[in-house]
Structure formats: structure tokens, C-alpha cells
Ligand binder design. Structure first.
Ligand SMILES: Nc1ncnc2c1ncn2[C@@H]1O[C@H](COP(=O)(O)OP(=O)(O)OP(=O)(O)O)[C@@H](O)[C@H]1O
Ligand SMILES: O=C(O)c1ccc[n+]([C@@H]2O[C@H](COP(=O)([O-])O)[C@@H](O)[C@H]2O)c1
Length: 222
């Protein structure tokens, strides 16, 4: 069976324990490495709080020494917005026409999918794997109501994560975590800026040390 190429893109401003739990759960369930891709210039976000180099560095600190989690800095080497369609095109060229490529997104992103750059082409290049997120139930009714174009596009593509091996691209699957993860980078930054000590619970120790030493996300910059 051709191994899946699992890709998890994000702003990671900063990476949090929710991201890591998701990457580990998908890695373990689907038996393949997860490539974490920090976005240099995330298309739907304003200026980031940490720069791209700092965000990639924190991601590397978060996964150092851990098997099956790999940081891929390719989006830092491209100018302009970090469009996923461009990244998938690069990955497709590298892995060849038969490799099953999977782009992982949080459930909240699925509702926004129709606003992504050349979004329908994503399915020519790879599969989409949506991860449950609190407040973003990925079901047909919710999609039909809140994102009708996405609902129509996804309906014939819906399959189980275990079926993504069968084709190189074109599928949509939902990945259910044992328990949804409450973390968000926005709330994490808020806690850091507010000196709320709970912020350390949401980042691995080496990332916490980097944030502390660099003064990132402090009171003036959150
Ligand atoms: N707790 C979570 N549960 C499920 N998906 C998540 C969670 N946190 C982040 N994601 C998903 O991971 C990807 C990267 O997330 P990102 O780096 O933007 O972090 P974030 O916590 O969503 O940040 P922010 O709060 O700044 O929007 C996105 O597809 C997002 O939907
Ligand atoms: O290609 C797009 O238009 C696009 C629009 C929004 C988000 N994305 C990608 O989706 C991933 C998660 O984005 P974000 O903003 O939730 O961190 C990240 O890899 C982004 O580059 C991509």
C-alpha cells in the first residue's frame, strides 16, 4: 500500500499542545509521518505576532527528537501569500502522481474553504482531512447551512480516513479525536500577555522557554 503523505499546515503563532495532539493522533491512526508546514504569510490572517522564522523555530523545538513529526519549511522559501494550492502543487511534483497526499485542517477551516485561493483545485492535488474542533461540527447539515458551496463540493468526496490510501487525491474525510482539543493560539497569546500562568500548560517546555526568553507575545505585542 502506498504510504500517505500527511501534511499539516498552520500559522503556528505559536504552536500549541492541541496542534501536537492532532499531529500525533493522525500519525498514529494512519501510520504515516506528519509534515508540519508553517505558513510564511498565512493568506487569511493579518500580520503575525511572531515572524515566520520564530514560528518555524518554535515548531522545531516542539517536535525535536520525536519520531514521525517533521517540520517542512518550504513555505518560508516562497514569496507572497502561502497558498495551499501552490504548496500541494510542489508536493505533488516531488512525490509523483500516485502518492496519496493529505492536507489536514481544523474543522473551522472547512467552513471557510470556499474563500481559499483556487480552492476547487485542492482536490485535484490532494485529499482533505478535517479535524474536529470545538464549535465547528463537521456534518452535512452544518455545512449545508453555513457553507453551501463547500457542502456541494464535499458531498461526493466524503469517505473514511482509512480509505484515503486508495487514490492520490480528491477525497474528504473527517478525523475524530478521542476528545476535542480546546487550545487556540489566540487564547494562548491572550494568556501570555495577561501573565496568566496557565499559558505554560499549552506549550512544550522548550517552546515556553523560547517565548519567555524572547519576550514574544508580551503585554504590548499580544
Ligand atoms: N484545538 C484545535 N482543534 C482542531 N483543529 C485545530 C485546533 N487548533 C488549531 N487547529 C487547526 O490547525 C490548523 C493550524 O492552526 P493555527 O496555527 O491557525 O492555530 P489556531 O489555534 O487556529 O490559531 P488562531 O487562534 O490564531 O486562529 C488550522 O487548520 C486550525 O483549524
Ligand atoms: O490557500 C489559501 O487560500 C489558504 C487560506 C487559508 C488558510 N490556508 C492554509 O491553511 C493552514 C491553516 O491556516 P490558519 O490561517 O488557520 O493558520 C495554513 O497552512 C494556511 O496557509 C490556505
Amino acid at each position: 500500500m502506498t504510504p500517505l503523505v500527511l501534511c499539516y499546515g498552520g500559522t503556528f503563532d505559536p504552536v500549541h499542545t492541541g496542534h501536537l495532539a492532532i499531529a500525533r493522533a493522525v500519525r498514529d491512526a494512519l501510520h504515516a509521518d506528519v509534515h508540519l508546514l508553517p505558513a510564511a504569510d498565512p493568506p487569511h490572517k493579518g500580520p503575525t505576532h511572531a515572524d515566520a522564522e520564530q514560528r518555524a523555530h518554535m515548531l522545531e523545538l516542539a517536535v525535536q527528537g520525536e519520531a514521525g513529526l517533521i517540520v517542512d519549511r518550504r513555505e518560508l522559501r516562497r514569496a507572497g501569500p502561502s497558498y495551499t494550492v501552490d504548496t500541494l502543487r510542489e508536493l505533488r511534483a516531488e512525490y509523483g502522481p500516485h502518492a496519496p497526499l493529505v492536507w489536514m485542517v481544523g474543522g473551522d477551516s472547512v467552513f471557510e474553504l470556499a474563500t481559499w485561493h483556487r480552492w476547487r483545485e485542492l482536490f485535484d492535488l490532494g485529499h482533505l482531512l478535517a479535524i474536529d474542533r470545538p464549535g465547528a461540527p463537521i456534518d452535512q447539515d452544518a455545512l449545508a447551512a453555513r457553507a453551501p458551496a463547500v457542502h456541494v463540493e464535499l458531498a461526493p468526496r466524503w469517505c473514511l480516513p482509512s480509505q484515503l490510501h486508495a487514490l492520490p487525491a480528491g477525497g474528504f474525510a473527517e478525523f475524530r479525536l478521542g476528545a476535542e482539543r480546546p487550545e487556540s493560539s489566540t487564547e494562548l497569546r491572550r494568556r501570555i500577555a495577561a501573565d496568566d500562568p496557565r499559558w505554560r500548560d499549552w506549550v512544550p517546555a522548550p517552546v515556553a522557554a523560547f517565548i519567555h526568553q524572547s519576550g514574544l507575545y508580551g503585554r504590548s505585542g499580544a
